[in-house]
Design a protein around this ligand. Structure first.
Ligand SMILES: C[S@@+](CC[C@H](N)C(=O)[O-])C[C@H]1O[C@@H](n2cnc3c(N)ncnc32)[C@H](O)[C@@H]1O
Length: 202
């Protein structure tokens, strides 16, 4: 299987730290406690470093399409009760908390809509989605860096997007309630918790 993140996987964390310091990791770790004792689904979990401290109180499934990332994640998640899977999540299973850590910014809008629908079906009212990702950059330098990253990821990791998705627009307020959020770098980086409040799409 070709691996879009094969080259990046071993250097992803050092690169992230070089450009953003601890901010991306902190965004992914901001709401991890919400899943203790619950069944979690992690989509695009990368090398799994954010979840390295999880123990057997944390159960569920991890999915990532990159074999190189999944291999590192197997080590980082070994103390937890999370099953590591390499590939695309099929949409099967029921969960209490779904983590979306810096995955949606690489996916076309139609696929994001489809994924959010699948997630909706896998949750009950009261269950949570934890989204950590890039939101609109606030300064000229951030805009320039964002564009540079988009181009770089298109070249190195075969990302399909040439812009940032408007992530908030995928969480219809009739179905999802924004419970809390944390921001870094003037809101460019955010971690958000959405609660599913409605079991009917009407
Ligand atoms: C930008 S990296 C982020 C990695 C990690 N979540 C982090 O924040 O450190 C995006 C990850 O999403 C994975 N990915 C992309 N599309 C995916 C999909 N449809 N299903 C599962 N994983 C996917 C990539 O292989 C990559 O590991």
């Amino acid at each position: 299987m070709s691996d879009a993140y094969g080259f990046l996987a071993p250097i992803y964390q050092p690169l992230s730290r070089l450009v953003f310091g601890p901010d991306l990791l902190n965004a992914n770790r901001a709401f991890l406690d919400l899943s203790m004792g619950k069944k979690s689904l992690i989509l695009g979990g990368g090398d799994g470093l954010a979840y390295r401290d999880w123990d057997r109180n944390f159960i569920g499934e991890y999915w990532d399409t990159s074999p190189a990332m999944a291999k590192i994640a197997t080590r980082n998640l070994r103390k937890s009760g999370i099953e590591v899977n390499c590939g695309s999540w099929s949409g099967k299973g029921k969960f209490d908390v779904v983590f979306l850590p810096f995955i949606l910014d690489s996916i076309p809008d139609a696929e994001i809509s489809e994924l959010i629908l699948q997630i909706y079906k896998s949750l009950n009212p009261g269950d949570l989605v934890v989204l950590s990702d890039f939101f609109p950059p606030a300064t000229f330098i951030q805009k320039a860096l964002q564009q540079l990253m988009i181009t770089g990821f298109q070249l190195v990791a075969r990302h399909q997007r040439s812009d940032l998705p408007g992530l908030a627009s995928f969480f219809d307020p009739k179905i999802w309630r924004l419970v809390t959020q944390k921001t870094w770098r003037k809101g460019w980086i955010q971690a958000r918790v959405y609660e599913k409040i409605n079991d009917s799409m009407d």
